[in-house]
Structure formats: C-alpha cells, structure tokens
Design a protein around this ligand. Structure first.
Ligand code: 4AD
Ligand code: MG
Length: 430
C-alpha cells in the first residue's frame, strides 16, 4: 500500500489516492460525513457517503472526532467549493488512533494554550511557525556552507560567564558547579586559530529576571566568528546572512506566512532594500531631534528608544559604536574614540535587537580592568587571554537571536511563539 502526502495527492489531482493523517474538522448529516484531513503537507476535504458503507462502518466514520488519526483510500477530484480546491470521495478508511474531545478549541486563553503546548503544536498557526523556523535555519546552514565556513560546536556547560554573571544559570557539576552557556563566542574565538571562519547554532541560556515579549530563558543563538575580519566586514555580512535566509522563507514558505497573516511581498521588498548602518551617536541625535527623547551618552538603548529609532526605517538598521561602559568586556575600544566600542547591534523594523556582535578586543589589560569594574573575576578567563598571547589576530563575530528574527518575520506578539517549548521565568513545562 503506497501512501502519499495530501499535497502529493492534490498535485496528482485525479484518480485513486491513499493518505494518512488527522481529522482537522468534521461535520456530518445522516447521509454524508465530511472530514477535513490534515497532515504535515496540507489539508483536504474527504467525503464519506453513507450508501457506500455498511451501517457499522458508517457509524465508525460518524463518530470520528477532531484529531483522531486515520488512513483514507479514495478518489480525488477538483472541487472549487472545498477548502483547498480538491475533494476525496472515500472508498475505505481505517481509524488508527481514536480521539475523544480534543482539549484545544478556538479562543482559549494564552495560559491554557501554553499549558498544553504538546497539543497546540499541531495547530495550523504553530505548524506554520515551525515550518518557517525550519526553512530559515536550513537556509542559514546552506549560506554558511556556500561561504566556506566550518561548523564548530562549543560546550554548553561552561566554567564562567561571557555576557555578565547576573544572568547565569548555575548547574551542579559533580561536587563542583558550572553554568549553562550564555554564548558560543569565547570558545569560537579559540577555534578560529585553526579553522578561521566558523559558525554554529545552539541552545543559549540567560536567567533574565524581567518578563518581556522579547526575552526567553532558553533560546537558540546562531553565531559566527571569523579571523582577520573587522567591524565593517562582519556587520555587512550579518545583513547578507539574514537577507539570504528571509529570501528563502519568502520563496519557500509564502503560504505559511499567509497563514500567519503576513504579506510575503512586503518581506521580499525589505530584503531587496539597502539596510542602513548608523552610529550610536547619530541614533541619539535622531532620537533627540525627531522624537524629543534625550539619551545620555553611555546608556544602552532601552526598548522604548529602540522602538522609536526603528520607526524611522522600514528595514532593519545596524547601530555601531555603542559606549564602552555599557558593553561586554571583549568589545574593543575604537582607537580614535576610546569611549566607543567597535561593536554593533541590528534592530528589526519592529525595534527589537535581533543581532549583537563586535570586533574582539586584543588588549588583555583593558579586558581585565573592565571585568573587574563589572564585578567579575578575570582569573577564570586566563585561557581566553592566552588567545591574545599566542599568534593573536584581529577577529570579529556576532550572534543572531533566531526566535527574535522569527518573531519579526512571522508577525508574532511574543518571542514565546517562535520556539516550540518556551522557557521563561514563569514557565518550564511541559
Ligand atoms: O547581544 P548578545 O548578548 O551577544 C552575545 O551573546 C555575543 N556573545 C554574540 C556573539 O558575538 N557571538 O546576544 C546575541 C543575540 C541578541 O542580539 C538577541 O537577538 C539574542 O541573541 N538574545 C536573546 N533572544 C531571546 N531571549 C533572550 N533572553 C536573548 N538574549 C539575547
Ligand atoms: Mg546584545
């Protein structure tokens, strides 16, 4: 018995087909039972006619409820009235897994939906998001292979911080303690001496105390690091990477974008435009002149300021040269403007930081001083300083928050829907 996917059956368009999937919708009368069958590829309307089956068999079909799984054999034909333009007249069917009253119904509250994430994943909405996520990530892999990068994996259990001790998750490690990775970067910096151009994507952990629509406690960061590259090169490359991936999503997942009420054409236009780069100082100026917002030099941009700034663009915007005092210890000083760091963030058109990156400092003493100022212990990073002692080279890299990019391109209210099983201060189940 050869089963085809629903999409393959519709591509065939006529004749005998065998498909398997789940009941997406059902309705019946005393003569007919309509079943909208769903699989990972699409949905299709199937009709069970009473006069073709024994009483018992028809009763089985009549009792079928939403989310029961079954195999269907029948004849497919075009039907303009059907939801996806085709209908299957059922010759035979077998119920594989019965389903009594599926708990997920329309208009349930957020909390209930999240408590039942293991079931809500099969909704059309979550399916569309997961497909877009898959396409995006696969496109990224393709991009890096084409560019001749090696994939390099770093440990998840790490002995110290990289992005500040206050957001570390502590893990018992036999009779000692370690922390869950905040970033792949410091390990990547040791690997560029062997591989030069590397990338990865992995689970990343931040004990973010604040509950916002842009922070997860566990998220997937897509990072890269390259020997010899400077800030300009790396920030332009970040634009190229993200455009490449979004272009693929537009090409391959336009139906899924539409399911999420996103216009693929609008995204295509964003990809085709130039994405500007401005300096933090210019951003402050713009906020002052256009938005009457005074931000003192030295402060990181807050959500409200990022949102205001992004409103002046219809594409992502790269902001460089943030103040050293507000930045991680490894972001180097600009030689000409020592208060400014050779670093960048990329903001989405919705005003959310989607990428953070920089050139890497080569100045051991400056890094140590800044760590001490931030209340960190530089001695735990002696291995990292070694990288500056033995054949050091200029290098740069960045990290993309995958869920944040998806939140933007899928038009989601919260980063929580861009990951199948979100982890936040208030949620670690199911
Ligand atoms: O700006 P961040 O903290 O940069 C780093 O960790 C660098 N070590 C990366 C590198 O240079 N290799 O994080 C990078 C990106 C942010 O721009 C944001 O998109 C995302 O990771 N991110 C989060 N996404 C969801 N929830 C959180 N709590 C996030 N924290 C950061
Ligand atoms: Mg950042």
């Amino acid at each position: 018995m050869k089963f085809t996917s629903i999409q393959e059956a519709m591509n065939k368009g006529s004749g005998k087909v065998s498909m398997r999937g789940w009941v997406h919708r059902e309705r019946g009368s005393n003569k007919l039972k309509f079943i909208v069958l769903r699989d990972s590829s699409n949905i299709i309307q199937c009709v069970v006619k009473k006069d073709k089956f024994s009483e018992e068999k028809y009763a089985e079909a009549d009792k079928l409820q939403v989310e029961a799984s079954l195999e269907i054999h029948g004849t497919i034909k075009e039907d303009k009235r059907a939801p996806t333009g085709y209908e299957v007249e059922v010759d035979d069917f077998q119920i594989v897994g019965a389903c009594d009253s599926f708990p997920i119904k329309a208009d349930q509250n957020r909390e209930f939906m999240d408590d039942n994430r293991h079931l809500t994943l099969r909704t059309r909405r979550m399916t569309a998001i997961m497909k877009i996520r898959s396409t995006y990530v696969q496109a990224r892999d393709e991009f890096y292979r084409k560019k001749g990068f090696f994939r390099f994996d770093a440990p998840i259990l790490q002995p110290s911080q990289s992005e500040g001790g206050s957001t570390l998750f502590e893990v018992k490690y036999y009779d000692k303690k370690t922390y869950l990775s905040q970033s792949w970067q410091l390990y990547a910096e040791s690997a560029i001496f062997a591989l030069e151009k590397i990338y990865d994507m992995g689970p990343t952990f931040r004990a973010e105390k604040s509950k916002t629509s842009r922070h997860l406690s566990e998220f997937w960061m897509a990072e890269m690091e390259a020997a010899w590259w400077d800030l300009h090169q790396v920030s332009e490359f970040a634009k190229e990477e993200i455009r490449y991936c979004i272009k693929k999503v537009v090409e391959e997942r336009s139906d899924d974008l539409k399911t999420l009420e996103q216009d693929p054409e609008k995204l295509r236009k964003v990809v085709e435009k130039d994405w500007p780069t401005i300096k933090y100082r210019d951003a402050l100026q713009m906020l002052k002149e256009k938005d009457k917002m005074e931000v003192e030099f030295g402060k990181d941009l807050r959500t409200i300021e990022e949102e205001k700034l992004a409103k002046h663009y219809d594409t992502p915007v790269v902001v460089t040269h943030y103040p050293v005092v507000a930045m991680a210890f490894y972001k180097p000083r600009d030689q000409d403007f020592p208060e400014e760091a050779l670093c960048f963030d990329m903001l989405s058109p919705t005003g959310v930081e989607i990428v953070g990156g920089s050139q890497r400092s080569l100045d051991i003493e400056d890094m140590k001083e800044r760590l001490v100022e931030a209340g960190e212990d530089p001695s735990s990073l002696e291995w990292y300083f070694d990288l500056r002692r033995y054949g050091s080279v200029p290098h740069s890299g960045y990290g993309v928050g995958i869920e944040r990019v998806l939140t933007w391109i899928c038009g989601l209210d919260s980063v929580k829907d861009a990951i199948p099983f979100p982890r936040t201060p208030l949620r670690y189940k199911p």
